[in-house]
Design a protein around this ligand. Structure first.
Ligand SMILES: Nc1nc2c(c(=O)[nH]1)N[C@H]1C(S)=C(S)[C@@H](COP(=O)(O)OP(=O)(O)OC[C@H]3O[C@@H](n4cnc5c(=O)[nH]c(N)nc54)[C@H](O)[C@@H]3O)O[C@H]1N2
Ligand SMILES: Nc1nc2c(c(=O)[nH]1)N[C@H]1C(S)=C(S)[C@@H](COP(=O)(O)OP(=O)(O)OC[C@H]3O[C@@H](n4cnc5c(=O)[nH]c(N)nc54)[C@H](O)[C@@H]3O)O[C@H]1N2
Ligand code: SF4
Ligand SMILES: [Mo]
Length: 717
């Protein structure tokens, strides 16, 4: 065996941990994967998922060829080039009959992890003239995209984590997810980074219905009733503004709406908020004072509050906490990440005026529109099912699993089955792939070149990395860009990228495509390639002075948000709207969470990850289980106002009583949970695309879902 060690970085999740890969050159196999101990940022960190890359690449069930639905209904193997020929022909026919908008794509988490997938899908849409471009962002934290348009933004961004002396984390858990909002603890080596920050005196407030791994480090943990974040943050603002703890000079120079905001948050006294959120009023006041008392540091949200009701309002109030306390980078500050792969637009110490983010095409439902170039997954199933102008007839799924991830599973399954053409690019025969007319097998991460495009703007230092393919592809597998490039060429359309028309290139390599997609990067792609795991302190972004004639100001009290806040005042709980004003029938709140050993639907197919659990347990407080007469491992029926799933309950004293904490995107498309102990169940079946959607983002309530829990009447199977 000839083993060579090659450097790369993991792309199972966004965090891009650098890895060393031992490759057996004799039979092109990976024999070991480990962290890079001397990497200056990650210091050897990897997680259990990344360490399974060898199993993922060489898994016996991995798809290594394309498939087509045969007349008998089964999937039969076909050459990937023939699959693309046939798909192109069918797409041309759909365009001919229904127009280009009838062709949609959906880039999911698997596509997002590939540095050229999203941009080549986007270019494909531009070339085709189809607005039907969808990604998982619109069912993740869409309010993060729209909030800057609502309140205005700051040219140099909010404070970052590295220099923070206080952090308020609202519903995220980087110890498990490696995720933190900008300014929060992000990605890299989270436990070590947090310990060091605590050693230098960081104060930490965590607002989460679960005593998460992050909350165990907190000075104050507000273990809130889910879905009450808008009230909690209004309560924060009330404390800050009534005690005059805000940054008066900053607000005078840059902020409109302060008096109105002060008046609108007035009803959210500590007592009112404490009663709604089930917390101690003194703790709330102490937490707000702790935040405002810091010099640097942000309050930020994760998926929890972004999936709960009132998500745009919650995000606006979170952003407003930072704005009124002036938690923005000032002239001369050095920014944490280098953002090397994006244009080097000067970061100026000035406000950017609010601008309605909803500039995209109009949906045919609920008055919703696309924003920042994409359309909303909360509406896509209806756009597929509803006949008429604008109906989607063909869908290409790039590394996603709609059957278990999109809201309202029953509606999703009907929509997927109604399509004239469903193409899925995935290395696994997922619940979605099983519905497809064509399945195309992708090259997996270690078989392709990539740059760390997601972390590039989040790394805790001006750090960058690059990897080439470290092994030869196994089988007839293609990179995502090859699908979009191949289809564009067959259809005779352009595929515009930052560097020009990709479809005009004859046989581009991964690196050619990286050069095209990142043609406007601040650091040339040639230099990025030469910078593996390097921190470029000398190339940090430094905040520039404001334009002398800048008149832009934030608006912390826009009408839309103040109206939404006023509605919150008049509700007893956020769940009332969702449960048809009958909280007694749905006494529990089901909240979303991430699990260490999987990423969404990916993971349980690998033996070492399946060993951590083959179902997405419904974690509940032991007292709740006892009261319902349930024991660990019992089957439960979980019923929301619009759907039902069967789950396996598990006692967990870190979960607030009255809460069910459960991961999403498990199970299959069968709409039954006969195999729940072996494959789990999709919580998306409990959600509804119409019940209390967010008016701006269309976001569906995927957390803080009102549910009832009862012992399952009969053992499944
Ligand atoms: N109820 C509820 N619903 C939710 C959520 C929730 O918390 N609750 N969370 C939402 C969120 S945040 C998200 S991001 C979405 C997730 O939605 P999706 O992204 O649609 O779901 P995933 O399971 O992540 O699908 C990723 C797919 O990519 C495949 N894949 C992995 N690597 C590669 C690769 O290299 N190439 C290709 N082509 N494919 C690859 C995997 O096999 C997997 O099937 O779900 C959302 N839905
Ligand atoms: N290991 C692992 N890592 C992942 C993923 C994974 O599946 N597994 N998924 C990836 C994806 S797609 C994403 S988007 C990110 C998400 O990253 P995070 O946002 O950090 O996701 P979670 O770890 O689920 O943390 C959400 C927290 O919100 C809390 N919460 C739920 N509802 C509410 C509420 O109403 N109010 C408040 N205040 N809190 C609430 C939950 O208890 C939970 O602790 O993680 C990514 N990383
Ligand atoms: S945190 Fe993400 S990128 Fe890092 S090893 Fe784990 S899965 Fe891979
Ligand atoms: Mo996500």
């Amino acid at each position: 065996m000839t083993v060579e060690t090659r450097e790369s970085f993991c792309r199972v999740c966004h965090a891009a941990c650098p890895i060393e890969v031992d490759v057996d050159l004799d039979d092109n196999r990976i024999v070991a994967v480990r962290g890079v101990r001397d990497d200056p940022l990650f210091e050897g960190y990897t997680c259990i998922k990344g360490r399974q890359l060898a199993d993922q690449m060489h898994h016996p069930d991995r798809l290594r060829a394309a498939y087509r639905r045969a007349p008998g209904g089964h999937l039969e193997e076909i050459a990937s080039s023939s699959a693309l020929d046939e798909v192109a022909e069918r797409l041309a026919d759909v365009v001919e009959r229904h127009g280009p908008a009838a062709v949609a794509t959906y880039t999911g988490t698997g596509g997002y992890q590939n540095s050229c997938a999203l941009e080549t899908a986007r270019g494909f849409h531009k070339g085709l003239g189809s607005s039907s471009f969808y990604t998982s962002v619109t069912i993740d934290q869409p309010a993060k995209t729209t909030a800057p348009g609502i309140s205005g933004w700051w040219g140099a961004g909010f404070h970052d984590f590295r220099t923070a002396d206080v952090l308020v984390a609202v519903g995220y858990n980087p110890m498990v997810s490696s995720y933190g909002p900008v300014g929060g603890l992000q990605g890299t080596n989270p436990t070590t980074v947090l310990r060091r920050a605590r050693d230098r005196g960081l104060k930490l407030v965590v607002i989460d219905p679960r005593r998460t791994e992050l909350a165990t480090f907190a000075d104050i943990h507000l273990q809130v009733v889910p879905g009450e974040d808008a009230a909690v943050l209004a309560g924060f603002l009330r404390v800050i503004l009534t005690d005059d703890l805000h940054d008066v000079d900053f607000c005078e120079q840059w902020v409109d709406g302060l008096d109105r905001l002060r008046a609108e948050v007035d009803p959210f006294t500590p007592e009112v908020v404490a009663r709604r959120a089930g917390i101690d009023a003194d703790d709330l006041v102490a937490a707000a004072r702790m935040f405002a008392g810091g010099r640097r540091g942000t309050l930020g949200t994760g998926t929890g509050p972004n999936m709960a009701p009132d998500s745009s309002l919650t995000e606006h109030l979170a952003v407003s906490c930072n704005i009124v306390c002036g938690r923005v980078n000032r002239e001369g500050d050095r920014l944490e990440s280098g953002a090397f792969l994006y244009p080097g637009t000067p970061r100026k110490a000035q406000a950017i005026a609010p601008r309605d983010p909803r500039t995209g095409a109009r949906h045919r439902f609920r008055g919703l529109r696309g924003y920042i170039g994409e359309m909303l997954c909360s509406v896509i199933s209806e756009e597929i099912l509803e006949p008429g102008d604008g109906q989607i007839r063909a869908l290409i799924v790039s590394g996603g699993n709609p059957a278990v991830a999109w809201p309202d599973q029953e509606l999703t399954m009907r929509a997927l089955r109604d399509l004239e053409l469903l193409v899925v690019i995935d290395h696994r025969m997922t619940a979605t792939a099983r519905e497809a007319h064509y399945v195309i097998a992708p090259r997996l991460s270690l078989e392709r070149a990539d740059v760390p495009h997601l972390m590039d703007r989040w790394f805790a230092a001006p750090y960058t990395n690059y990897t080439e393919a470290v092994v030869e592809p196994e089988g007839d597998v293609v990179n995502e860009w090859e699908v979009f490039w191949g289809l564009a060429r067959r259809l005779g359309i352009e595929l515009p990228t930052a560097g020009g028309d990709l479809a005009a290139m004859e046989q581009p390599s991964d690196d050619d495509v990286i050069d095209m997609v990142y043609a406007r990067s601040r650091m040339s792609t040639t230099e990025v390639r030469a910078s593996r795991g390097v921190i470029h302190e000398d190339k940090a972004l430094v905040v520039q002075p404001a334009d002398p004639d800048c008149t832009a100001r934030f608006d912390v009290a826009p009408d839309s948000m103040m109206t939404a806040l006023n509605e919150v005042v008049h509700q007893r709980t956020s769940a009332e709207r969702l449960s048809g004003f009958d909280p007694e029938r749905y006494p529990f709140r089901l909240v979303s969470r991430r699990l260490k050993a999987v990423i969404n639907s990916l993971g349980p197919e690998l033996p070492n990850l399946a060993a951590k659990g083959t179902t997405n347990a419904a974690y509940m407080h032991p007292d709740d289980l006892a009261e319902l007469g349930l024991a660990d491992g019992d089957l439960v029926d979980i019923t929301s106002p619009t759907g039902q799933i069967r789950g396996v309950c598990e006692g967990a004293s870190d979960v607030r009583p009255g809460v069910v904490s459960m991961a999403h995107s498990w199970g299959d498309g069968s709409l039954s949970d006969d195999k729940v102990r072996d494959i789990g169940t999709p919580t998306s079946r409990l959600t509804s695309t119409t019940a209390a959607h967010d008016p701006i983002t269309g976001m569906v309530v995927q957390s803080a879902i009102p549910v009832n829990v009862t012992a399952a009447l009969v053992e499944a199977g």
